[in-house]
Design a protein around this ligand. Structure first.
Ligand code: CTP
Length: 131
């Protein structure tokens, strides 16, 4: 069973780790579509702290991630799922219902988001730190 998930995964944190670990446990192979720097900028209005190259290298080094690829456009999700022959798309439940349109080509599963942590909140905490 090949699992695919997508995300920015900037400043890798505990919420990301829990999502990836649980996703991997749903199958025997986990592929991660890492949003490009450009896509991140369009989506979140900021350039990621870590470049797409760095984010991909970090994810690749995790034992429960088998492979990574660059997600260059949100509109290409269906193409990626077909190209990488995904059996299941897994996303955090902040995306609940948003990817149900792909149920015709693979299973779609939403995992509970880990409370109280996000890349955005880490950036805010660091900004507030006194020097
Ligand atoms: N995720 C999660 N729990 C968290 C944060 C993220 O399960 N606390 C999941 C998301 O649901 C998504 C994946 O991790 O499936 C990648 O999310 P991403 O947008 O990269 O992380 P965030 O921390 O939410 O980033 P940001 O604050 O920039 O939106």
């Amino acid at each position: 069973m090949r699992i695919i998930t997508f995300g920015s995964f900037d400043i890798l944190h505990y919420g990301h780790i829990r999502l990836l670990k649980r996703a991997r446990e749903l199958g025997d192979e986990l592929l991660v579509g890492v949003s490009s720097d450009q896509l991140n900028f369009n989506k979140k209005g900021r350039t990621p702290v870590y470049s797409e190259f760095e984010r991909m290298e970090i994810l690749k080094s995790l034992r429960f991630v088998d492979a990574v690829f660059l997600e260059e456009s949100l509109e290409k999700k269906r193409e990626y799922l077909l190209e990488y022959r995904a059996d299941m798309l897994v996303m955090g439940n902040d995306w609940e219902g948003k990817f149900d349109e792909f149920r015709d080509i693979c299973q779609v599963h939403y995992l509970e988001r880990t409370p109280s942590i996000s890349t955005t909140s880490i950036i805010e905490v660091v900004k507030e730190m006194k020097h």
